[in-house]
Design a protein around this ligand. Structure first.
Ligand code: SAH
Length: 274
């Protein structure tokens, strides 16, 4: 079809059939699974998916591409013509009757909001195979004490097992993007083994302390209105900076702070995605 790529919708269509094949092969969808593709575009991945499964659901925002896809694939797909960020994955999971397997080469400018949308929909989503900017992929799999390690690393390593699958050349897309890309797999069925007793509190502490990256934990916790009288009860060294704490350390810290949760949960923290 004639379609002019829309920059506003982050459209970089996969052109290289070998890359598309590889993504779908690694994703390995089975006929009885509830597969949902985000941002299918002209159907580069959809067509390959439908070689191994009889049906899938696609979520596409573009006014021309949504009807085009329906016409192209007919009854084999259910098209949700909407913004992924407005689609309730929890309701979709109810309709489909089983946890969702997500796949998508999605717009880079909304990668982080989409990741948070998916995390907020758990346990509706089983796993997510997603194309993203290499730099964001590196942040997701980063280890403590590196410059890439941050909120995204901790939250995704807490809620899933993230795996960097492979790099994708810029030349595999049209139009050619400015940044290099990578495919990441997030397995939400294998979350971090230690659990936070209050996940809202855990997220708040991660966000609140990393918001001030150069500050020590002591100062970060003060900023969250944790009473100084609580500090001596904590087992973690408060002179450390947030990037020196592992996921396990953050889980433990949030569990130790649980009895002063009311104050912390009322403290506003910026929604930063660093
Ligand atoms: N998956 C296709 C297209 C990638 S381009 C391929 O690999 O070729 C990204 C796609 O996401 C485009 O089709 C774009 O229209 C769609 N898109 C952009 N913003 C979206 C949103 N908020 N919700 C759903 N789809 C969106």
């Amino acid at each position: 079809m004639m379609h002019r790529a829309k920059r506003s919708l982050g459209q970089n269509f996969l052109q290289d059939p070998n890359v598309a094949q590889k993504i779908v092969r690694v994703f390995d969808a089975k006929p009885d699974e509830a597969v949902v593709e985000i941002g299918p575009g002209k159907g580069a991945l959809t067509a390959l998916l439908l070689q191994s499964i009889p049906h899938c659901t696609v979520i596409e925002l573009d006014n021309e591409l949504a009807p085009f896809l329906q016409e192209q694939f007919g009854e084999k797909i259910t098209v949700i013509h909407n913004d992924i960020l407005s689609v309730s994955l929890t309701e979709l999971r109810e309709q489909l009757g089983k946890p969702i397997r997500l796949l998508g080469n999605i717009p880079y400018n909304i990668t982080t909001p989409i990741l948070f949308h998916v995390v907020d929909s758990l346990p509706a989503v089983k796993d997510f195979m997603v194309m993203m900017q290499t730099e964001v992929a590196q942040r997701i799999v980063a280890k403590p004490r590196t410059k890439e390690y941050g909120i995204l690393s901790i939250l995704l390593q807490y809620f899933s097992t993230p795996k960097m699958q492979f790099q994708v050349s810029k030349n595999s897309f049209f139009p050619i993007p400015n940044v290099s890309s990578a495919i990441v797999h997030l397995d939400f069925e294998k979350p971090f083994p230690n659990r936070a007793q209050n996940e809202a509190l855990f997220r708040k502490i991660v966000r609140g302390t990393f918001g001030k990256r150069r500050k020590t934990l002591r100062n970060g916790l003060k900023g969250l209105d944790v009473p100084v009288t609580e500090f001596e009860k904590l087992s973690v060294d408060l002179e450390l900076r947030p990037e020196e704490l592992s996921v396990a350390d953050f889980v433990q810290l949030s569990n130790e702070l649980i009895h002063c949760a009311p104050q912390i949960l009322n403290t506003a923290t910026e929604e930063v995605d660093g």
